[in-house]
Design a protein around this ligand. Sequence first.
Ligand SMILES: *Cc1c(COP(=O)(O)O)cnc(C)c1O
Length: 368
Amino acid sequence: MKRHLLLTPGPTQVPPELCEVLGRPIIHHRTPEFQAILKEVTEGLQFVYQTKNDIYLLASSGTGAMEAAVANLLSAGDKALVAECGKFGERWTELCETFGVKTKVIKAKWGHVPNPQDVKKALEEDKSIKAVFITHSETSTGVNTDVKAMAEVVRKTDAVLAVDAVSSLGVIDLKTDEWGVDVVVSGCHKGFMLPPGLAFISVNAKAFKLIEKSKTPRYYFDLRKSKEAWADTDTPFTSAINLIIALNESIKIFKTKGLQNQFDHFEKLAKFTREAVKNLGLTIYPDASCISNVLTAVNVPSGIDGNKLVKQMRDKYGISIAGGQGELKGKIIRIAHMGCITKENIEEALSCLEKILSEMGYKVPAKA
Ligand SMILES: *Cc1c(COP(=O)(O)O)cnc(C)c1O
């Protein structure tokens, strides 16, 4: 079998112990056995989310939960605010526009993050804005939005705050209840180290009031159905059974290690990567003030084709890192730190990077 070392910011590598769980014989989802697992998984997610809010599981990629957030919170003609700084922030805007929501956009320069004071001003100027959408870890550029500061602004208003934590959950701190975040979406194929196919959404009472009022047509992603089913420890449709059983095991790893220890581990890994990259004479893409520990985005040196670099690492060595998206296509490379990626994996990827960069004509500085 061809080797694949995945250092991409989603999907991430699946550890062998979770592969084993995924491959177990399937059980039926309308059984007490599965209900017990659903309950345990939901409580486990509440632990990682740091919340007491309801969390619903959706069989979809992360974007499905984002769509569920927009479709359930808002109706056509409602007003929303998106504070965006990259490709995934743009996705919130595109989703809002798809559902006919009147969308005001606060755009930060890529590599930077939106300013909570700008959100405050926009909410003061237009009190009819019903929801604010932000991205915790903007995976396209490698920055973190200050969710705590954003929540401090939004929680004083009637608007709800919805956070895309698809790449950040379980990797960097997100105190859903303490900070007062109304809706948080995430998925299983980044920090939780599983194959894609399962998304989650947490919803508090303030957000649920909007959900009950929304006139947006919805069927599969109708969170009113999820809530109703959950009252009987059930889901409205067939669950992603094996993914949920494996998620339960993934969460146990978080519980055993401890959340803060996990965050510390990823911080160390990110710092190590940033240092090692600098030693290759390369520069970090995002602004240092908002740099993320979820992934490291690195500028491709001038004269080097970033797309070719990524392709050669994958085709010649079986090591997958990500290139740039949107306006950064070919200009940056991105190395993930989430899940079960080790320091040794990063060292291997960087020595491969060094080799290919040299082959492509880049002069690596002499080691000090
Ligand atoms: C991966 C990711 C998503 C979801 O993407 P899917 O391909 O739908 O899983 C959303 N937001 C961010 C920040 C992400 O990193």
